[in-house]
Design a protein around this ligand. Structure first.
Ligand code: IMP
Ligand code: MG
Length: 195
C-alpha cells in the first residue's frame, strides 16, 4: 500500500525558497517601506520566515477574514492597524486555491487606495483556480493534493509542522487523524482535540 502521508516540501526546501522570495522582494521595494500584511492564521510561519529574509525596512501587519458559503464571499474580521492609503502593500498568503478569497480581499483593499498592492503566496494550487489573479511572487506551484503543515491546517491542527505534507486519502485521514499525528509527532503523547 502506498504511504498515506508524504512529506512533499522539506524544511530545507522551504527555507531555500523563502530566502529567494525575500531577496526578490527586497530588490523590488528598495525605494519604499512596504506594509507586509499577513492573512491570519495560515500565513504565520511563512510570514515570520519571509520578513526575516527581506533585508530592507518594512512594516508587518495582519488581518483575518471570515468566509461565507462556497461562492467566495468574505469580510474582514480583524483589520490591519495602519492606514493603507498611499502605501505599498504586500499581502502574504499561505496558499491560493480557487483564488476567490484573494480576489475578494484584493477588491476590499483596493478601495483604500494603496499606492500598490501585490501578493506573495507560498503555494499556488494553480489547477484549481476559478478566477484569474495576478500573483507577483509565489514559492511553489502545486497540484490538487491536500497539504498540511507550515501554516496549513486541518481544523486548526498541524500549522506548527516545519515542513509540508500531502494527505493522500483525505477520507481515511478525516476518519482517523491520529495516524497522521503519530507520523509527524512520533515522540509526543498523541493528544488531539476532537472536533
Ligand atoms: P481559495 O483560494 O479562496 O479557494 O482559498 C484558499 C484557502 O483555502 C486557504 O487560505 C486555505 O485556508 C484553504 N486551503 C486550500 N487548499 C488547502 C490545503 O491543501 N490545505 C489546507 N488548507 C487549504
Ligand atoms: Mg485554512
Amino acid at each position: 500500500m502506498s504511504d498515506p502521508f508524504v512529506e512533499v516540501i522539506t524544511e530545507s526546501d522551504l527555507q531555500r525558497r523563502v530566502s529567494q522570495l525575500g531577496a526578490e522582494i527586497a530588490d523590488d521595494y528598495q525605494t519604499t517601506v512596504p506594509v507586509v500584511v499577513g492573512v491570519l492564521k495560515g500565513s504565520i510561519p511563512f510570514l515570520a520566515d519571509l520578513v526575516r529574509a527581506i533585508d530592507s525596512t518594512l512594516q508587518v501587519d495582519f488581518l483575518s477574514l471570515t468566509r461565507f458559503g462556497e461562492e467566495g464571499r468574505v469580510s474582514i474580521a480583524m483589520d490591519v492597524s495602519v492606514p493603507l492609503r498611499g502605501r505599498d502593500v504586500i499581502i502574504v498568503e499561505d496558499i491560493v486555491d480557487t483564488g476567490l478569497t484573494l480576489t475578494a480581499l484584493h477588491r476590499m483593499l483596493m478601495l483604500r487606495e494603496p499606492n500598490s498592492l501585490q501578493t506573495v503566496t507560498l503555494l499556488d494550487k494553480a489547477p484549481r483556480r476559478i478566477v484569474d489573479i495576478d500573483l507577483a511572487y509565489r514559492g511553489f506551484e502545486i497540484g490538487d493534493e491536500f497539504l498540511l503543515g507550515y501554516g496549513l491546517d486541518w481544523g486548526g491542527h498541524y500549522r506548527n509542522l516545519r515542513s509540508l505534507w500531502a494527505v493522500m486519502d483525505l477520507g481515511a485521514f478525516a476518519d482517523d487523524p491520529h495516524r497522521f499525528t503519530e507520523v509527524v509527532h512520533p515522540s509526543a503523547g498523541g493528544a488531539f482535540l476532537r472536533r
